[in-house]
Design a protein around this ligand. Structure first.
Ligand SMILES: CC(C)(COP(=O)(O)OP(=O)(O)OC[C@H]1O[C@@H](n2cnc3c(N)ncnc32)[C@H](O)[C@@H]1OP(=O)(O)O)[C@@H](O)C(=O)NCCC(=O)NCCS
Length: 381
């Protein structure tokens, strides 16, 4: 048996036509389209369509897709009821995990004993519903935990606008919507990252879409994956308390001296630059300029400069998304759920691809335990 490195590093675990990454050159493409071109020239809805169908939509296909998403923009009251029962101070990703699971139980097309999960026509219908609903579910939890009334979705608006509307109760400005929309595009897919791999493993058992994405939500929660964006903001707050830009170098050096991993840097695949971080840095700079408040951007740059003085590792997608979301007025613990709203599109693309040409995913482990031995009577152990 061929052996895999720790953490399956460098292992090619399957074929996929969804996402291309060249980690040495810092290239990321969805369906052949370069990420920075998608971010600046396509809406998130167009990107989701491309991820699921292979090509960007024409006008008619996009209109149909947006109509279908709009028709799915509602949450069953029972999901809201369950969310209201949850403790208000739990991690928003834990709330999402629970609420999303309830959503699966109430889905009118969910697989049952008679309905197969991998019926592709139904799976695509569920995917559209899931994408619309997850963009409502995350802000709904924020409103519930902060004791605010829920905001009715506006099906004629984009997913980005509905997300921000659901958070704040106000239709966002065009520029806020556009920046947020770009953020969703930048996070939408990333080949076999940990959460997407989890989704593929689960869907390859022919379990249903909600089970697969439930696994993805769980994997994304961790600080080595999607949880890193929240951790970046916590770090920026800490450095700010210790003196801000002036304190950045000493803080970073001290953390590295203690062999700590600094969130927002390093990547399993990218060696030079993470193209998503490059684009997010531009967005953060634009927001700092337009808002007239560059505090978090300046501090982020100081941390990046300090980090690169000591370690030759690139900033990753989570680094500048933290200051970007903060400047959009979003609380730090909601950053990872936003990642889930976006990455759901990639998870769904991979689940659909898995269903369309499935084989159970079942690798082997190299056994490192004890040799065969006999069982001693319990009194002698
Ligand atoms: C993303 C990540 C999990 C990739 O991990 P990985 O491929 O297993 O890489 P390793 O943990 O083996 O790191 C390789 C080396 O770089 C160092 N390194 C990697 N990321 C680092 C970071 N963020 N801060 C400091 N050192 C880091 C490791 O300490 C290790 O150094 P060593 O060889 O001297 O021991 C890792 O870079 C990390 O933990 N980053 C911070 C969390 C984060 O931002 N996650 C979001 C990713 S999009």
């Amino acid at each position: 048996m061929a052996e895999a490195g720790k953490g399956l590093e460098g292992v090619v675990a399957g074929d996929s036509s969804i996402c291309f990454i060249d980690g040495d050159q810092g290239i990321l493409r969805y369906r052949g389209y370069a990420i920075d071109e998608l971010a600046t020239n396509a809406t998130f809805e167009e990107v989701v369509y491309a991820l699921w169908h292979g090509d960007l939509p024409n006008n008619a296909a996009l209109a149909d897709f947006k109509k279908a998403l709009g028709e799915e923009m509602s949450l069953p009251p029972a999901v809201i009821d369950v969310m209201r029962l949850l403790p208000k101070d739990i991690h928003p990703m834990a709330a999402l995990r629970t609420a999303f699971s309830v959503l699966g139980n109430l889905d009118p097309d969910a697989a049952t004993a008679d309905k197969k999960a991998d019926d592709l026509v139904t799976a695509r219908k569920i995917a559209t519903r899931v994408q619309a609903q997850i963009a409502l579910l995350v802000p709904a939890w924020h409103r519930i935990r902060t004791g605010q009334p829920l905001v009715a979705p506006r099906p004629e608006l984009s997913l980005s606008a509905n997300f921000l509307l659901g958070m704040t109760g106000e239709v966002p400005s065009e520029s806020a919507e556009a920046i947020f929309d770009e953020c969703l595009t930048l996070h939408a897919d990333h080949e076999l990252n940990a959460s997407t791999f989890a989704c593929r493993v689960i869907s390859a058992t022919l379990a249903d879409i909600h089970s697969a994405l439930g696994g993805g939500i769980g994997a994304l929660k961790g600080p080595l994956h999607g949880g890193a964006n929240t951790a970046v903001m916590m770090m920026l707050h800490e450095i700010d308390r210790e003196g801000g830009v002036e304190a950045a170098d000493a803080w970073v050096k001290n953390a590295l001296d203690q062999k700590k991993k600094i969130s927002g840097f390093g990547h399993r695949v990218y060696r030079t630059a993470d193209p998503r971080a490059t684009r997010l840095k531009i967005l953060a700079a634009e927001l700092a300029k337009s808002s007239g408040n560059s505090k978090w951007f300046d501090l982020s740059r100081a941390v990046e400069d300090a980090f690169n003085k000591y370690k030759n590792l690139p900033a990753n997608v989570d680094f500048y998304s933290a200051s970007t979301y903060t400047m959009l007025g979003i609380p730090a613990d909601m950053f990872t759920p936003i990642f889930a709203v976006s990455r759901a599109s990639g998870w769904l693309a991979h689940v659909l691809e898995q269903y369309s040409d499935n084989r159970l995913i079942r690798p082997r482990a190299r056994y490192t335990g004890s040799d065969a031995r006999s069982i001693k009577p319990i009194a002698d152990r």
